[in-house]
Design a protein around this ligand. Structure first.
Ligand code: ADP
Ligand code: ZN
Length: 731
């Protein structure tokens, strides 16, 4: 490392995420650690009065002999933690999200590799003993020691825990005497199951998709495939192909704990070659998996959003399943990155392809496919040739007039029929988001913003309804303007209540309730799925988590108890999200030989999202939704950016927010600026939140003015500015 006798200096980025110190600081490299210093390693450095960890981002010759530099204290780990690829990816994320550079590096690494992770998460070791082949056989040994030696001689080598059962002091003595040799080896906390699933003979449609992908190794594909069309099988085939070329793969799934069936299929096909990164792993287990990946001991990584940063080399393909899912966008904390964008960035770096798959592609991705930016592929039919199940829409306005219950006659008789035939039922309770809005208890009417077409949010303190995009407000009506009903503010019901009601109607049925409460314990979700699969229950009742990726052959009825709640969420994507949710859950019915059926209960039977979901008609939905997006200047016609302004003093905040808006107006042309308006949740932990929403087509001028604004408020403790480009939700 010695370059011509010059003194070497390392440029270090320290682990404090604040704009004011988010730059490279120079340190001398003491000669004692010179050989361990490389770009990308973690080091400990003095920083003011503190001692901090940081990353070495550059190594250079020291030119200026005047400057007094401090010395690096030590190297934390010998491995290069940030590879060359991740180093430049971090800079890209910083540029596109305006986050601190250090936060962009931290987000890529497992917690164990971050400074201040509380207790240090270490590498776990196993200790092995072998016989020293040249030990002095004249040494006098006790019977216990002889027993140990015999045991080691028999097996060749023995784990420490087997020997200490005999006597730990005898083991130490034998090591001291040079009879036994001790060796520490890393021990991974997770043991992968190894069993193999035979691959299936692909259908012609599947074959075609696989060929297209592997014949064009440098593209982004959008794979539209209806539920049960065999997308997962296609992914595995593509991965297998790259495996045979010695290349690696990343598979992103929305929430890995919610897709145990899919992960199991991957594990059984690829065995020990796969690492599954999920939130159920302990920090230590995650760190072990990260090292296995880093060392090239696995070829396939499957995981949620952050698995996109897996330190694989030589990537052959990146697959993003359920690509429409908003879980691929990180909302908080910063950096607010989109994993699909990172997938595409990495695919350019590795010259490989990306496959974005979904039964209900996001409007953004579909629009790009239409423009030819992405290559479009489709699996329009179910693998087994079965039609998608017929869907019945039930108008709850009528049901309310008759019995005011939660269940329509259609749904009740459907359930009854299944129970008689010993078939199974899935019921979806579509839970609302956590903002509050007013709906009519009788007809389901909701108040919408005339400018933005989103549901108005109820603010109790002022008894007003407000649009949290543009700031529009009105007083709360005392009666429903549609039907005259005086009882407004129906806040919806929970799964527990529905379970109770269901028990009353079907006292002998076995009901499994699956929601946040019943699945929060580790492993519960998998257990429930297995139990339902084994027909230990007749009815699976749950929230959104029953809609995704489940494959039960005996389910012939899917019922949606309330399709409207997701329509009422104050978000311009509420139609898209509802369409996608209903399509997903409908796809759980009639997946094998027996015919399936779906019943959707709704107060908005005419709503296009519900009608097209019932007709399994993605393309008509897409066209209708695109018209609305164009009219109201929403994505994919315009980009959105949300500026959140928060702090403790609401009046001061609003004044500053106005100033920010005015300066944006002065600098930016052809940008629509909405607000400042109160956020959906205006006050949270005594922090008030306003926001300004930007709609634009060209981001060129936006970044420089944002940087100026951030710089201006950098040292102001009364105000915090957060910027979210292409937000998944605007809260
Ligand atoms: P998707 O991911 O599109 O919902 P899957 O890949 O899960 O579809 O396939 C649906 C079902 O069909 C699964 O049970 C799967 O094992 C089965 N399957 C997929 N491809 C084939 C095939 N070529 N031959 C037989 N069965 C298949
Ligand atoms: Zn509005």
């Amino acid at each position: 490392m010695d370059i011509g006798g010059d003194i070497l200096v390392a440029g270090v980025l320290v682990e404090i995420s604040h704009q004011s110190v988010d730059k490279i600081f120079d340190y001398f490299i003491p000669s004692s650690i010179l050989s361990d210093i490389q770009v990308g390693v973690r080091v400990v450095v003095p920083f003011g009065k503190m001692t901090l960890e940081g990353f070495v981002l550059e190594i250079k010759n020291h030119k200026d002999t005047e400057a007094e530099l401090k010395e690096i204290i030590e190297v934390v780990d010998r491995d290069v933690v940030l590879t060359e690829e991740l180093l430049s990816l971090g800079k890209e994320i910083q540029k596109t999200t305006i986050a601190t550079l250090i936060s962009c590096y931290q987000v890529m690494l497992p917690k164990a590799l971050k400074a201040k992770n509380g207790k240090k998460i270490g590498i776990r070791y196993d200790t092995y003993y072998q016989l020293n082949s040249s030990f002095d056989s004249s040494i006098k040994l006790t019977p216990v020691q002889n027993k140990i030696i015999d045991s080691v001689r028999d097996k060749g080598e023995v784990l420490r825990k087997e020997l200490v059962d005999i006597s730990s002091s005898a083991v130490s003595t034998l090591v001291k005497k040079g009879v036994l040799v001790e060796e520490k080896r890393e021990h991974y906390r997770l043991q992968n199951m190894i069993y193999r699933e035979e691959k299936k003979k692909l259908t012609d449609d599947q074959e075609h998709v696989v060929k297209e992908v592997i014949n064009h190794p440098n593209r982004t594909f959008l794979l539209y495939g209806v539920t049960g069309s065999g997308k997962t099988e296609v992914y595995m085939e593509i991965i297998d192909y790259y495996l045979s070329l010695g290349k690696t793969s990343i598979v992103l799934v929305p929430e890995i704990s919610l897709t145990p069936q899919m992960v199991m299929r991957f594990q059984s096909r690829f065995g020990e070659k796969i690492a599954a990164l999920h939130s159920g792993l302990s920090d230590g287990e995650k760190y072990d998996e990260w090292r296995r990946i880093y060392r090239g001991e696995v070829s396939i990584v499957i995981g949620a959003r952050s698995a996109i940063f897996a330190p694989l080399t030589n990537i052959g393909v990146i697959i993003v399943d359920e690509e429409h899912s908003d879980s691929y966008k990180q909302s908080d904390p910063s950096p607010r990155y989109q994993a699909k964008d990172i997938a595409i960035w990495r695919s350019h770096y590795h010259q490989c392809s990306v496959v974005l798959g979904s039964a209900t592609p996001s409007l953004e991705s579909m629009a790009r496919a239409q423009k030819g930016v992405y290559s479009f592929l489709s699996l329009p039919n179910r693998v087994n040739g079965k039609k998608l199940p017929p869907v019945k829409i039930v108008d709850m306005n009528q049901v309310m007039k008759q019995n005011r219950g939660y269940f329509s006659q259609e749904l009740l008789s459907g359930i009854e029929k299944r129970l008689e035939k010993s078939e199974q039922v899935i019921l979806l309770l579509n839970r609302r988001g956590y903002s509050s809005f007013v709906t009519c208890k009788n007809c389901g009417f909701t108040f919408k913003c005339p400018n933005c077409d989103i549901t108005l949010t109820y603010h109790k303190s002022s008894n007003t309804l407000r649009c949290h995009y543009c700031g529009y407000g009105e007083k709360v009506f005392s009666k429903c303007p549609e039907c005259g009903e005086a009882s407004l503010n129906n806040l919806g019901v929970g799964t527990q209540k529905i379970e109770e009601e269901l028990m009353k109607v079907f006292p002998s049925s076995r009901i499994l309730r699956m929601d946040y409460d019943t699945t929060s314990r580790k492993g519960m979700h998998e257990k429930m799925i297995t139990a339902f699969q084994n027909h230990e229950y007749d009815i699976l009742l749950g929230t959104q988590m029953v809609a995704k990726g489940l494959d039960f052959s005996n389910v012939t009825l899917v019922g949606v108890i309330n399709a409207d709640t997701s329509l009422n969420i104050p978000d311009f994507r509420s139609g898209e999200n509802t369409f996608s949710l209903l399509s997903q859950v409908a796809g759980r019915s009639g997946r094998s030989e027996r015919d399936g059926e779906v019943v959707i209960q709704t107060f908005n039977p005419e709503h296009y999202a519900i009608r097209y979901a019932a007709g399994h008609d993605y393309f008509s939905f897409y066209q209708e939704e695109m018209k609305i997006r164009r009219q109201l200047k929403y994505p994919p016609y315009y980009y959105l950016c949300n500026i959140r302004i928060s702090g403790r003093d609401a009046t001061y905040l609003f004044d500053e927010a106005l100033k920010i808006k005015r300066s944006l107006e002065r600098y930016l042309e052809n940008v629509i600026i909405l607000g400042p308006s109160v956020a959906t949740i205006f006050k949270m932990n005594n922090i008030y939140r306003y926001h300004i929403l930007l709609k634009y087509k060209d981001s060129k001028n936006i970044y420089p003015i944002f940087l100026k604004i951030i710089d201006h408020y950098q040292k102001n403790a009364k105000i915090k500015i957060d910027i979210d480009f292409n937000p998944s939700q605007i809260m």
